[in-house]
Design a protein. Structure first.
Length: 230
């Protein structure tokens, strides 16, 4: 199960976004980002600039033409310039399930953005009370973790804070998907224990935070039925 709310999302998950304006476009040029990403030498950068001037093309196009970069590098540079979380192939070891992070310009990521748009229009309009979104299904293996994780990423890519809460007390996986610690989490909070640092920021997605399940409890149904979970 998963949920979204004003800072919440989970698998038995919950997620939410707190509206805020996206950061301004960065001052760094596409060229400087590509040069840094590909570790280009000063001589290589000069060759790219010469080719760019000679052909009247963009830096990225010139770098690709000379074999110093590829299309993925250019997309990564654009994403960096616009503060758009994107795990480029050459930059990241992100879990392959995170298609909205690894392949943000692909068909699957576009589908998640379409879902996000509908949710934003229906549930997160300005002036309306904040809502939580629960991602649930009747059976294990239906894809709740995958759906909740990628929806949370697309929500966070808007620039507002998003919290993904993994509430799948029987088979939690969000900590594995995002590569975060699972020693403490939702189960401890619901049982009344005060635990520090239960909410963890996702590396590479500054606006996304995850609350994992923590220790798998022997009484998951009773925990999620407590008022604190509401």
């Amino acid at each position: 199960m998963a949920t979204f709310r004003d800072s919440t999302m989970n698998d038995g998950s919950q997620a939410s976004t707190i509206g805020s304006e996206a950061p301004a476009v960065a001052d760094r040029s596409i060229g400087s980002i590509i040069a840094e990403t590909r570790n280009l030498t000063a001589d290589q950068v000069e060759r790219v600039l010469q080719h760019q001037r000679a052909k009247g093309i963009r830096f990225g196009e010139a770098a690709i033409a000379l074999g110093y970069a590829n299309a993925d590098d250019v997309l990564f540079a654009l994403a960096q310039q616009f503060h758009y979380p994107y795990a480029a192939e050459t930059q990241s070891k992100a879990n392959p399930e995170l298609v909205a992070l690894n392949q943000p310009f692909g068909a699957q990521a576009e589908s998640f953005r379409a879902i996000r748009s509908q949710l934003m229009m229906r549930l997160f309009n300005e002036g309306q009370p904040r809502h939580a979104i629960a991602v649930v299904s009747p059976n294990a293996g239906d894809g709740k973790t995958f759906f909740a994780a990628n929806l949370a990423i697309t929500m966070a890519q808007l620039g507002g804070r998003t919290l993904l809460v993994d509430a799948d007390m029987r088979g939690p996986r969000q900590h594995q998907v995002f590569g975060i610690d699972n020693k403490a989490g939702l189960s401890g909070v619901l049982s009344g224990r005060t635990e520090a640092k239960v909410i963890q920021q996702v590396v590479g997605v500054p606006s996304l935070f995850v609350l994992p399940v923590g220790i798998t409890p022997p009484n998951p149904l009773e925990l999620v039925e407590r008022p604190a979970f509401g």
